[in-house]
Design a protein around this ligand. Structure first.
Ligand SMILES: Cc1ncc(COP(=O)(O)O)c(C=O)c1O
Length: 414
């Protein structure tokens, strides 16, 4: 058997639709400046699918600093891994600023959030340690856990009673192995927008001995008074032992970081394979991140605007009877009933006839019969964008209810 056979015989749960949807629902090309309006297939669309929460992607001060840094340093500097030849004062400065931002002793820069998380998990755990984690944890956490040779216990999403049971089981095992317990969850869950129950989890430290690792990819910059994330919002930042954030969302760049006690960060610096065996983050990304943090700290109006748009969008959807789940963050899922083809046809109608570009999630990613349109409000949206979108959503929902999209096949998009 040729290992390449799978490339033609089973493309995977999403890949099976590739010939029908590639370039439209999957791998769409959004062109022009990153903003509330962008060009898709030659036409301007109102875009609700970018995690550019604070509008930093195209902020003029950010663009200027990015360009100047690229001019001054180029994209290669520094060469080599941090440990070998890729260390600079600016990398260290950014780490100090990140640590201060999230109220931790130290921070370590990561080239990418996804690989970084794999390596954090890999470095923190040995075969005697036990993990307790949320069932809806991001793929980077699940994939990191694939490397874990010890026991792991999953609890249903945010089910604290069940989590307590898993902690009891984990405690029994760790007493036998002599290992420790790591709890892993998210601050803001990126699909549903609900928050990890970090306050309740931190409170369980009274009854159990564990460390808490929080992936706050969507919460960093958006949640809490200073934007330090979901734990700040819930008043338990100090209870988070290891904080993980990425630059891929509110910071609007590439890169990520992990923050925590000094000795733990030093341990990670010397043990995280994703960093030891990878080139250091290029200077323009480091200098650009320093600028972005400055704006995040000094321009609270960006976060206020994000929340004005978020509240208008979410309250408007609720007032019109839409089910937006339990979101407590800017992430706004609109949950509808319908099959995969109805989801695709409705999204196509929104995109072509209402000029609204948003992401759609349907079976097999979520259960059959469910369609989720996911909207990401940002500081560059306007209240007019919200009003227009609410009207458009009411119209497509009526059509969905009348069966207008139930053609049994996905509209021809290409
Ligand atoms: C919850 C969560 N964790 C981690 C990541 C990975 O971050 P990065 O894009 O920096 O690899 C993402 C997505 O970007 C995410 O949504």
């Amino acid at each position: 058997m040729d290992i390449f056979n799978k490339a033609t015989s089973r493309l995977g749960p999403l890949g099976q639709y590739a010939s029908q949807v590639h370039g439209y629902f999957t791998f769409p090309k959004l062109q022009g400046e990153i903003s509330n309006r962008m060009i898709f297939r030659g036409k301007e669309k109102l875009v609700w699918s970018l995690n550019n929460y604070l509008g930093l992607a195209n902020h003029p001060e950010v663009r200027k600093v990015d360009a100047e840094a690229a001019e001054k340093y180029g994209m290669a500097l520094p060469m080599g891994a941090r440990m070998m030849s890729g260390q600079t004062d600016l990398h260290e400065q950014l780490e100090r600023e990140l640590a201060a931002y999230v109220g931790k002793e130290s921070a370590y820069l990561l080239n990418f959030g996804y690989q970084g998380m794999l390596s954090i998990i890999d470095a923190l755990l040995d075969r005697n340690d036990v993990v307790v984690y949320d069932s809806e944890a991001h793929a980077c956490i699940i994939d990191g856990l694939r490397m874990h040779m010890g026991k792991r216990f999953v609890y249903p999403h945010n089910d604290m009673e069940n989590m307590r049971k898993q902690l009891e089981r984990a405690t029994n095992i760790s007493e036998q192995t002599g290992g420790g317990i790591l709890v892993i969850t998210e601050g803001v869950f990126g699909m549903s927008g609900d928050l990890g129950k970090l306050d309740e989890i931190v409170a369980m430290k009274k009854d159990f001995n564990f460390r808490l690792l929080v992936d706050d990819a969507h919460g960093f910059g958006t949640m809490g008074v200073t934007g330090a994330g979901a734990a700040e919002h819930l008043g338990v930042q100090d209870g988070v032992d290891v904080f993980f954030g990425t630059f891929a969302k509110a910071v609007a760049s590439i890169g990520a970081f992990v923050a925590g006690p000094k000795e733990v960060i030093t341990y990670l610096m010397y043990n995280m394979r994703s960093q030891i065996y990878a080139k250091s983050l290029p200077m323009p990304l480091v200098v650009g991140a320093i600028k972005r943090l400055e704006l995040m700290r000094n321009k609270p109006e960006l976060r206020e605007k994000l929340w004005t748009i978020t509240n208008a969008l979410q309250n408007g959807l609720k007032a019109r009877g839409f089910n937006i789940g339990n979101t407590q963050s800017p992430v706004t899922p609109v949950v509808l009933s319908g099959d995969t083809s109805e989801g695709a046809n409705l999204t196509h109608d929104l995109r072509e006839n209402f000029n609204i570009f948003c992401s759609v999630v349907a079976y097999p990613v979520i259960p059959k019969g469910m369609i989720i349109l996911r909207l990401i409000p940002t500081a560059v949206h306007t209240l007019e964008d919200v009003a227009y979108t609410l009207d458009a959503f009411s119209k497509v929902k009526d059509k969905l209810d009348q069966g207008a999209y139930a053609t049994g096949k996905i509209v021809k998009v290409l």
